[in-house]
Design a protein around this ligand. Sequence first.
Ligand SMILES: *Cc1c(COP(=O)(O)O)cnc(C)c1O
Length: 375
Amino acid sequence: MTSAAPPAPEQRVEVPFMDLAGGIAPIRAQLDAAFARVLDSGWWVLGKEVEAFEREFADACGTAHAIGVASGLDALQLTLRALGIGPGDEVLVPGYTAVATWMAVSLTGAEPIGVDVDPETFAIDPALLDAARTERTRAVVPVHLCGRPADLATIAAWAAAHDVALVEDACQAHGATFAGRPVGGLGVAAAFSFYPTKNLGAIGDGGAVTTDDDALAERLRLLRTYGWRARGDSEIKGDNSRLDELQAAFLRVRLPRLAVDNARRREIAGQYLRALADVPGLVLPAGGDGHVWHLFVVRHPQRDMLRAALAERGVGALIHYEIPPHRTRAFATAGQTLPVTDRLAAEILSLPLHPTLDDAAVDAVIRAVREGCRA
Ligand SMILES: *Cc1c(COP(=O)(O)O)cnc(C)c1O
């Protein structure tokens, strides 16, 4: 790991992990117009923009419904609540995921049961589902981590055989496809986040549930706003979890660009995979059809040294996620054992990958990784 000298400051290309402002620049005028349209409408919560976005997003996912909510976390937890899941129930979740997947289950009163993942694909390992299931298991939540669709065919068959609901966590996988079909319509429902860093990001928080189930969609519409159908009379005990008109208007600007943005992500991932294939010690992520590369996560036995070497060369790399959910203080008391997840957490490193990363930046990342891995 003692690597070649870092480049002199004048030839150094700074590649931050993210460039959210840079992503806004090409659509600035459209966003300004959307902002003005909503301001002038005088209607800012649950109106025409949300309705239009819900229709457009449902079409993109090939589902009958999309229900806008306040975040990806809420999309998950409200879906589980709408399915009647709560105290006394168990929900199977992957060990390797964002803590939100686990937190959503807990917020319903149910218990998240971690299932270990496949070390190559990072997805929940279908072979481990039987051992994790009890008579309390009500749902399984596969996560399309990093934008790579989980093996939904196997998981759907397993879920159907055991009368367990399949809820997709598609928060990292807008536009991804499994066997040619968009994610979001492959289980009973799917949760999406529009957090700014996601493949489809708002200018703030937002989320949505997609589903083909009319009754579930209706229940979610009640749950997101105090259980109201008619304002003032709560039919059920609901929440306040609404997608703002402004965010919906911004998302309507971005949604038509999602396919182009995802194509650029695939192109960059392809460059990394080709240019880094022969680097000793470096394990590259699994590719695959339908992958939208929300994150490009490599593995290295000396991850922290590699990260430092990249930082020295101006390349920002992050760890998703340094502390897996079962090791966080909130969940560690349950004492769940997830050895593959633990091993991955020690080795993973996310390289910069977003649609506005240009070729010079991609080359700088490749150079920095090659130098950083040189023993
Ligand atoms: C981002 C994310 C969430 C939560 O979304 P928020 O909008 O931040 O609440 C849930 N699951 C996964 C896998 C995510 O990446």
